[in-house]
Design a protein around this ligand. Structure first.
Ligand SMILES: [Zn+2]
Length: 366
């Protein structure tokens, strides 16, 4: 048994009064976030620097005293502080190169706010949810002694180094026609009219359906992989970079590689399994897994190829075998480093670094 952190999401059915109070929270969080984002932008334009979280928290206290923003007092103060914190995090992520510049929050998109340990959200379809972070006992799945390399692709969603193919469901395709039709109807309605709003909710419901189906599949595949293998080797995908390529973007977004990797990581963490990420510049598709020959002419449309030494290769299977080989090499090197550190630990009392620590993200369900 081990202790894990797990998030549960429940739908809320608030009454009219509760809806009003929730609405105030969504509104105030949006106001605080946008107000302080604007402030940071303006400060930066004039002084080339801007207030951090602590300075903005002070300003927020001042705002609550002012006559025209005194209504900020009506909502939970920790919720507003949290909005400031998430703005600060968005800035940090931007400067580290992990995210785009923070954007203003819009009422039309998903609304959310956080109270300690809970997140309340409202979807564009008008549903309310509460997410609760729990701490619970968990029985990790049994060790299998097996390692795997996984290639994430477009033809199949994932293919393992032992040849198992997880089909790409093309979730959107099924709903695509439905969505297109609903969007066409929407474009013919007068903006702001009742019929427009009604149709807009219908479009949002189809989007919601697509997202739910997609998540279910990603959970099933990631659970399968984590229970079947002890060491899981994956490519460190620059999904965002690839989405900029328009031709592929729809399929990639659809296939949700990034979400999948995140699911595998937290499930591996729960089950004491290891995830190894291969650098995204490693040529897993171009390298022959038998002899190591690198085929520089390989483009995306080539599914099968024969290397100069006559090895017949299936593009995705070849890639997943290379990912496994490269992953196990990295894993072996890190185990060796740990051993050296453990040895030196006897003399200088330093803490040894466990190899898992480099690869496994914190186990919070998304
Ligand atoms: Zn070869």
């Amino acid at each position: 048994m081990k202790i894990i952190h797990r998030t549960y999401k429940f739908e809320l059915l608030p009454n009219k009064e509760q809806k009003t109070l929730l609405g105030k929270h969504f509104g105030c969080v949006r106001y605080v976030y946008n107000h302080f984002l604007n402030e940071r932008k303006e400060q930066y334009q004039s002084d080339k620097k801007s207030d951090n979280y602590y300075a903005q928290a002070k300003t927020l206290t001042e705002l609550k005293k002012k006559e025209d923003t005194v209504w900020l007092k009506e909502v939970n103060s920790q919720t507003l502080q949290f909005a400031l914190r998430s703005l600060d995090t968005a800035y940090v992520n931007f400067f580290r190169g992990n995210a785009q510049f923070p954007q203003f929050k819009s009422k039309r998109k998903k609304n959310s706010f956080t109270v300690p340990q809970h997140t309340i959200s409202k979807t564009p379809t008008g549903k309310y949810f509460v997410s609760i972070l729990t701490e619970q006992e968990y029985e990790p799945s049994k060790k299998t002694g097996k390692s795997v390399g996984i290639d994430l692709g477009l033809k199949d969603f994932a293919i393992t180094s032992d040849g198992i193919k997880y089909k790409n469901n093309r979730y959107t395709k099924r709903y695509e026609r439905q969505l297109k039709k609903a969007q066409q109807h929407l474009s013919r309605k007068a903006k702001g009219s009742n019929m427009f709003e009604k149709q807009k909710r219908k479009v949002a419901r189809i989007h919601e359906k697509i997202a739910n189906t997609r998540q279910d599949v990603l959970h099933k595949v990631s659970k399968d992989i984590v229970s079947n293998y002890d060491v899981i080797c994956l490519e460190d995908l620059n999904v965002k970079g690839m989405i900029k390529n328009r031709k592929l973007s729809k399929h990639i977004a659809d296939a949700s590689w990034g979400t999948f990797v995140r699911f595998v990581e937290y499930k591996a963490n729960w089950n004491d399994k290891t995830v190894i990420k291969i650098g995204r510049f490693y040529p897993s598709s171009k390298t022959c897994n038998v002899c190591g020959y690198i085929n520089q002419d390989l483009n995306l449309s080539i599914r099968n190829w024969i290397c100069v030494n006559g090895h017949k290769l299936d593009r995705d299977l070849n890639a997943s075998i290379n990912i496994l080989k490269e992953g196990l090499k990295i894993y072996g090197e890190e185990l060796a480093i740990t051993k050296v550190e453990e040895k030196s630990d006897v003399s200088n009392n330093a803490h040894p670094v466990k190899p898992e620590a480099h690869h496994i993200a914190s186990g919070v369900c998304g």
